[in-house]
Ligand binder design. Structure first.
Ligand SMILES: [Zn+2]
Length: 59
């Protein structure tokens, strides 16, 4: 099932309304890591990954 992550759910302080999409959990996580670069985040820490994972929703 397709998955989405709303950027502002991961980091409300970013003020970013971008929605990361993927055809499955693996792809949406990969796309989220790509999008994180736009926020100057080039390394996803385990803590951040946990936050991102908990923000995954069904599309
Ligand atoms: Zn964003």
């Amino acid at each position: 099932m397709a998955k989405i992550i709303e950027c502002n759910k991961v980091d409300p302080s970013s003020g970013c309304s971008y929605i990361v999409r993927g055809k499955d959990e693996e792809e949406v996580l990969r796309n989220a890591a790509e999008h994180a670069k736009e926020h100057g985040i080039h390394e996803v820490t385990p803590e951040m990954m946990q936050k991102v994972r908990s923000a995954i929703r069904d599309a």
